[in-house]
Every structure is written in structure tokens, then in C-alpha cells.
Design a protein around this ligand. Structure first.
Ligand code: ZN
Length: 294
């Protein structure tokens, strides 16, 4: 029995080590078949790195450009849906981290699209992450010029489509949650649904939420930003719950249910509320821990 126990201990150690040395996020670059969420809203990302295409008669908007290898994956998804890559006119983002902005500069080069970024994230985009409060001053991704700096509550319009930018800072200083109103295929013609695309909610292990002598907070006001973000997200009406990572909105599980339930799987106001509650609980716990430490 003891021998078996030792063997199992060794085996789990070996597996953990192996996993740590393998590609940490294979789901970031594993394609999924692109799919429609609403009349003019499509998923064109990977298994976990979400990218959304908003189509309009005057060209398309692409939310999130992901890692450096993503432009080809996204392009194939866009074309598989029958849209033209060159019709990509505006790039938006949920957060200025390398897993969402790593492909931005390349897509701008390929399509000529304009890059719109929230105020707190604009310099991070333009410096390729060198001004990021947690990961700078080392460059993280190819710098992407910002054509329009957005502010909380700004709208982006194209071809009759309106997207609203909500500053939900903390995860990054300009973390942005996007909302829009859509019609879902199969629902009555006049029925409109509220979409929420969450930018980011997570307190990473690198983040210092509390000012301590000789160990300042990651940036002034980070804890207040997170607290405000949870208030903002709670106030948003949400039918269709989406986010920058598939994991935020349990995408793979919902995808499996799509053959039976169709587009209705994306309508998940309870899941949205739960995700915000869970993230706030994790934040509150981490804040209390950091306040009481040392
Ligand atoms: Zn991030």
C-alpha cells in the first residue's frame, strides 16, 4: 500500500511538472468553429480567448485581438462565416494585456482598421505593455497605435450599430466592458436583448491592492477601481453574458448545449450575476488578506 501511495505521489508530481513545462494555455490557440450569437454578433475567437465580430453594412468591428498567433485564427473564422477580413474597420478591446492585444498591431496592418482604446489602457497599447502597472516596464506585445482614446460611457457607432464602453478598471487601468443591444435569430422581430462583454474581473497574484510603507499599491486607487467595477457591472442590464475569456461565461459548456438549445444558450442573466458575485467575493477576500498581512 505504501509503495502504491509513493508511486501515486511521484506520478502526480511528475504530471504537475510536465504540465507546468508544457504550453500553459493550449486553449488560447485551439480554434473553435465560429458561430453566430445574434443577428450581427459572431464569435471568432479560440477555445478560451474570446473575439467577437460585430457586423454592419459599413464594415465590421472586432472586439479583442488576442495573442500574436491569433490574427490568422480570427481571420479564418471571419472568412468561414462569409465576411471579408478587409471589412474590419474598428478594433476594440476588453483589456490591454498581451493575451487580448498581442495581435492588434498585426490586424491593423492587415486590414487598416482603427484601434479605439479606453483612456487608462491607451498608453499600454501604444507602448506594447511597457506602461502596464504589473508587467511593465518590459515590453509585452507589439505596440499598437491608438486612433481614438475612449472614456467611460463613450459610444462607438458604425453602420447603425452602437456599442457602449464602460470603464471597469482594476484588472487593467482601462479595462472595458462593452454593451450593445441585439436581436437574436428565432426570437420575435421586436424583441431586443442586452449583451454584456465583460473586460476582466480578476485580481492577479501580482496585484497589490493595499498601500503599505515601502510597498505601495500596484497603482493609486486600484482597490477603489475594483469596487467601482463591481458596482458598474451590477447596474448593467444583461441577457447575453459574454467576456474576454471563454471561461468567464462558461463558453465550452454552453457550446455543447447549442445543438439542442440553439442561440438561447447565450442568454444567461443568472450566470452573469453569479460571475460578478463570485469575482467580488474573491476580490473582497484578497483585499482583506492583504490588509491584514504584515
Ligand atoms: Zn488580463
Amino acid at each position: 500500500m505504501r509503495v502504491l501511495h509513493r508511486f501515486l505521489c511521484f506520478l502526480s508530481f511528475a504530471l504537475v511538472t510536465l504540465w507546468a513545462h508544457a504550453d500553459q494555455h493550449p486553449d488560447w490557440s485551439t480554434p473553435v468553429k465560429p458561430f453566430q450569437i445574434a443577428d450581427n454578433l459572431y464569435y471568432v475567437g479560440s477555445q478560451d480567448l474570446a473575439a467577437f465580430l460585430v457586423t454592419t453594412p459599413q464594415g465590421n468591428i472586432l472586439i479583442n485581438q488576442n495573442i500574436p498567433s491569433s490574427p490568422l485564427l480570427i481571420r479564418r473564422s471571419v472568412e468561414q462565416l462569409g465576411f471579408r477580413w478587409a471589412d474590419t474597420k474598428i478594433l476594440l478591446n476588453g483589456q490591454a494585456h498581451s493575451d487580448h492585444m498581442g495581435g492588434t498591431a498585426e490586424i491593423m496592418r492587415e486590414t487598416g482598421a482603427k484601434n479605439f482604446v479606453m483612456d487608462g489602457d491607451a498608453s499600454v497599447s501604444e507602448t506594447g505593455g511597457r506602461t502596464d502597472f504589473a508587467f511593465g516596464p518590459k515590453q509585452q506585445f507589439a505596440p499598437a497605435h491608438v486612433d481614438r482614446v475612449l472614456h467611460d460611457g463613450d459610444t462607438v457607432t458604425l453602420g447603425g450599430i452602437v456599442l457602449t464602453a464602460h470603464k471597469t478598471a482594476g484588472h487593467t487601468r482601462g479595462c472595458t466592458t462593452w454593451t450593445m443591444r441585439v436581436h437574436v435569430p428565432g426570437e420575435p422581430a421586436g424583441k431586443v436583448r442586452d449583451v454584456v462583454i465583460v473586460g476582466g474581473l480578476t485580481v492577479l497574484s501580482e496585484y497589490r491592492l493595499v498601500d503599505k510603507p515601502g510597498r505601495p499599491a500596484s497603482y493609486p486607487g486600484i482597490a477603489n477601481d475594483f469596487a467601482q467595477t463591481f458596482r458598474t457591472l451590477r447596474a448593467l442590464p444583461c441577457d447575453i453574458f459574454l467576456g474576454a475569456h471563454g471561461g468567464y461565461f462558461d463558453m465550452l459548456t454552453k457550446l455543447q448545449q447549442m445543438p439542442q438549445r440553439g442561440g438561447q444558450v447565450w442568454i444567461d442573466p443568472a450566470g452573469y450575476k453569479q460571475a460578478v458575485d463570485d469575482a467580488q467575493q474573491r476580490f473582497d477576500k484578497e483585499l482583506a488578506k492583504q490588509q491584514h498581512a504584515g
